[in-house]
Design a protein. Sequence first.
Length: 411
Amino acid sequence: MGSHLAGVWFTVTDLQVTSGKGSWVTTVDGQSYLDLSSGIAVTSTGHCHPHVVAAIQRQAERFVHAQVNCYRHDLLEPLGARLAEICPPGIDTFFFANSGAEATEAAVKLAKQATGRPGIVVFEGSFHGRTHQTMAMTTSKAVYRAGHAPLPSGIFVAPYPNVARAVDADAEVDRCLEGFTRLLRTQTSPAEVAAAVIEPVLGEGGYVPAPARFLQGIADACRDHGILFVADEVQTGFGRTGRMFAVDHLGLEPDVVVMAKGIASGFPMSAIGAGADLMARWPPGSHGGTYGGNPLGCAAALATIDVLTEPGFLDGVRARGARLRAGLERIGERHEGVLDVRGVGLMQALELVDGVRVAAVMKHCLAEHRVILMNAGTDGTVLRLMPPLVITDAEVDLALRALDDAIGATA
Ligand SMILES: Cc1ncc(COP(=O)(O)O)c(C=O)c1O
């Protein structure tokens, strides 16, 4: 018997790691690697931020599990209050879960209960998770769905603009806005749609930022039809794009915000937020979960939010995002085969000619520079850079040198 672990996980590297600090992870043989994956956009404050670690340690001595149905522990309301301060206007009431998929499921259940409508609209290329409902909402790659039928019904897929590939960016936004309204005339009636769930920047689907006019148009159409506008900020939230939430760049006010990943620096924790009136339409007992609102997760989230709201923190994210972006653009100009450079804040990407080249670049960065990268996109043609938000200028430069060399070496 070799491994006792299931083979179902796809692997980004074969590294065996023992610890992490800031932007770095250390392997069993004592080597350090620069982690531009952040464990898939999770370690917002870096690996083992001292403030987050201390908060978890302190909390572990008080309570490891205080089940929300049985009693209420003393970090739940403080976390709700803190989230209300940093969330888009109108979002002031929260439900806690453990993962992004669970939070997305919760948002769908809230939307169905609150509106009395059965349908959900999602967007092409999106990724919302791996449970049956969220698989059915995911169209970034067929592998997530294949072999798992039957999937839940009542999900309709609208187009999501990719202005990088379009000849005319405005026409592409028009096409997709028309696609949404056509969907509501042809595939389902608006009166039967509870929510439209959208990633403001496609994550797994290829780091594709939605143009402002598109997001605003969808939000407006939702309001006109009484459809809830649900922002899946699982990957984009908690400072990743240089604002607390990606919708903050546009001043959008979603009805529901879905949060996970960066919320607690790696402690399994997720949440949905909505206005108090909307949340009040979710019948008590119709949803819940054994671990949601776990005290360690709440402590980690509160400490994470402390770090993210330190004066100048998000300015720093934007500055280092701009530094990374400028470097990527220089790489794009210098090398053949770079089709696009795109992203927001510290959520940046290079699109290359094919997925084989992306895999070769990742392999070269790992083997020659000890830099961990991930891909994205339907065909794996996108190299995504999602470093810890605390990455330094020097580490950004190191990553850029590695990428420059790897893209040259794999031409
Ligand atoms: C936008 C988005 N939504 C939902 C999820 C699902 O989160 P989890 O893997 O924690 O279930 C992900 C995970 O990558 C994501 O990027």
